[in-house]
Design a protein around this ligand. Structure first.
Ligand code: SF4
Length: 422
């Protein structure tokens, strides 16, 4: 029988009883003070992580600097390596790496933070991390289909620094600066100029656009890397976005926790958590990036209640292998970062040497799905050239149909029938 919607609901009377005092002594005032002291000294204090590797590197290459300098993110940016010549003081360059010393008009400038530099193998040009940040002569080779703006972001940009492609969300490009340049960057056209932050005033047009578009419920703040800006600028931006009633969530896209974990300070996270719901997509490439320092940075962010997701670009010779990718995904889960997207490398000018076939990406997903926790399996996407947006790709698990049964294969290639009646 249908329930009469006007029928009065009878709320049962609930009696609240004082909980019985647990056995033992009450906490005395002195104990409360002691506990407060304990938590103050054990939790509130910022203890920057400094690994033996970092310390060794610091003593060798920056003997005049202190560990406080090393843990200061502004010192890291100031002392970034910005030329092939300077880079050759730290690592033994191969022929292919030395050649970019010539005219570098179209490709990205070099910038590597001292911290990330300390992770590079000085003798092995094939090391995954080294390949992702050290320029190669291959960057000057143009391959079919490559473009300076392969995703046509400028076409979908109604006002400067805003990309409005999907119905309910926008991408807000708030800076062209990064602390370390990835050699396969999709926004080479923006960061290639190695310009400084575009400044607060330049955001006004974008903020006004978001204010006037009620359909925008999600803003992805990216660039460049937004976390390379000072706390005050980030806070100004977040507070302006938070004041727009229809903006439900704010996301920050960043590689900072990976290339400059010293930037994730307690004052920064204390400020960030005022602007919830705030999400963060962190750009990881390889499990070797997950160091004590990175773990500590992600822990601070996660403890501030910021859901962390990873974005990884599939790169030939860097992470295009099931075992390598699985290790990265497992390492991410251990530091409370949920694998989110695996991107096919975009056809940006000069990145042909990094691109794998799309089959390789599908093979990697097939090697993860079912073989490990579902949480460790990212969504593999191709960002369609020309502005088509992200298109997810999956191995095909449907093998056919027999009458009213759908034939499906599982991760072990065993076929099962599913009764699929209409
Ligand atoms: S962090 Fe992002 S924007 Fe910056 S260089 Fe790398 S891929 Fe490009």
């Amino acid at each position: 029988m249908e329930k009469n919607p006007t029928e009065k609901m009878i709320i049962p009377h609930i009696e609240f009883v004082d909980e019985e005092e647990p056995p033992g002594q009450r906490t005395s005032k002195e104990e409360t003070t002691l506990l407060a002291e304990y938590f103050k000294t054990n939790i509130d204090q910022e203890k920057p992580a400094l690994s033996c590797r970092s310390l060794e590197f610091l003593k060798t290459f920056y003997p005049e600097a202190s560990s406080q300098d090393w843990n200061n993110w502004q010192w890291q940016i100031k002392n970034s390596v910005r030329s092939i010549e300077k880079l050759s003081h730290f690592i033994k360059l191969s022929d292919n790496e030395v050649k970019p010393a010539g005219h570098n008009g179209q490709s990205l400038p070099i910038r590597i933070s001292p911290y990330y530099l300390s992770l590079l193998d000085p003798d092995n040009p094939e090391q995954a991390l080294r390949k992702s940040v050290v320029p190669l002569f291959d960057e000057f080779l143009l391959h079919p289909g490559e473009d300076a703006d392969p995703l046509s972001e400028e076409h979908d940009s109604p006002v400067p620094n805003i990309v409005h492609r999907y119905p309910d969300r926008v991408l807000f490009l708030v800076t062209g600066f990064c602390s370390t340049y990835c050699r396969y960057c999709t926004r080479t056209r923006m960061v290639a100029k190695d310009k400084c932050h575009i400044g607060v005033k330049a955001w006004e047009v974008g903020l006004k656009y978001i204010e006037e578009h009620n359909e925008v419920r999600d803003v992805l703040v990216s660039g460049g890397d937004p976390l390379t800006m000072p706390d005050l600028q980030i806070e100004y931006l977040l507070s302006r976005l938070r004041n727009i009633p229809h903006v439900e969530i704010i996301r920050i896209g960043t590689k900072i926790p990976v290339v400059l974990p010293q930037r994730i300070t307690l004052p920064l996270v204390t400020m960030l958590k005022k602007y919830h719901p705030l999400y963060m997509s962190i750009h990881f490439t390889h499990a070797d990036e997950i160091t004590t320092e990175v773990q500590s940075a992600c822990e601070k962010l996660a403890n501030a209640g910021i859901p962390l997701g990873s974005q990884t670009v599939l790169l030939k010779g860097v992470n295009d292998d099931v075992a390598v990718m699985k290790k990265l995904m497992h390492s991410l889960l251990r530091i409370r970062v949920r694998p989110y997207y695996l991107y096919q490398c975009d056809p940006v000018v000069g990145t042909g040497h990094f691109r794998t076939s799309v089959e390789k990406g599908i093979e990697i997903i097939e090697g993860l799905r079912g073989h490990t926790s579902g949480y460790a399996v990212p969504t593999y996407v191709v960002d369609a050239p020309g502005g088509g947006g992200k298109i997810p790709l999956l191995p095909d698990y449907k093998v056919g149909r027999e009458n009213d049964s759908l034939l499906l294969r599982n991760y072990e290639n065993k076929v099962f029938r599913y009764p699929d009646f209409t």
